[in-house]
Design a protein around this ligand. Sequence first.
Ligand code: DAH
Length: 373
Amino acid sequence: MREQLDQLLRDAREKIPMAPDMAALDVLELECLGRKQGTLTAVLRGLGALSEAERKVAGQHGNAVKQDIEQLLAAKRAELTRARIATLAQDEWVDMTAPGTTLPRGAVHPVSRAISEIAAIFERIGFIRSRHPEVDSDYYAFEALNMPVGHPARDEWETFFVAHATGGGGKKKEGGRIVLTPHTSNGQVREMEKGLLPIRMVNIGKCYRRQIDATHTPMFHQFEGLLVDQDVSVTHLKGTIDYFVRAYFGEERRTRLRPYHFRFTEPSFEIDISCAVCGGTGFLSSSFRGVRNEGSRPSQDQATKCKTCKSGWLELGGAGMVHPNVLVSGGIDPKRHRGFAFGWGVERVLMMKYGISDIRLLYGNDVRWLRAC
Ligand code: DAH
């Protein structure tokens, strides 16, 4: 038995130091010292066949061998643990003081920002933002706005028509051709049809026209104001325009109404606002250049023409008193109610406010430009 025990110890001395990892070491421990299947247990089973004196000696030797093996296992376990910690420090090293990776941060697009700003300005005087279709029937885009089929005024809007079978079961409103709305004015009659008076709405949405240059893109945005109530006059329209222009562009800006013609308003106007660069004078004198010289108009010989406006005024957009025919289209009695409306470009006011010279920059997706904007 002594020989068997010594052999067992020799085997263990050979194998244990060679164990490549903890799992292999566990297997070896089970092989040597396992209570049921272990080799030591198997050898010690032979104790019963020995005399009492021999059993005592062999038992003590067996214990010594067991302790030696346990020491071998513990030493190897400690070695493997040290090695693992060493590689862990190398493989999974993290510099806790290094700056984190920053994710790129997005921002609201300048046009979306302008839309929120415009909506908030009108909200303060009771105009509720409403949404009307951006793809609509010819009826709401033109006909209900006093522009019957074939009327030449329609040509002013470079309209996209949708290749679409006429819908609506032949009904006039949904029938006819489908257009990508060339203006937000289609919201006027749709708002009136809700049957809720008085109306104070601002419809902000996308519009589409077949145009592209420094001041036009095929897709752009307009905001359409509509007020319908009793005893409404041009004075209310002018007051609303003044309020918006001061709130959006600045307190010092002035407005003027210039007679114009639209089919859906009577009288109609183009709205101009005073130029910020020359203070509304149209001239920049050398001593005045860059300074707001509101009111005082330098004589021509000491001044050069303002390149931004050439006249002191910049064109904002159209407005007017709602035409009686449009009120009738919306089911409103023109003898009892009147209204005013205006429709201006979101990109246009944004460009005027910040001096952006080309509308295409807004849609060029150049993040460097957008970041600076
Ligand atoms: N819809 C017109 C356009 O796109 C602008 C306009 C003019 C809107 C007069 C109005 C208005 O509401 O009263 O050119």
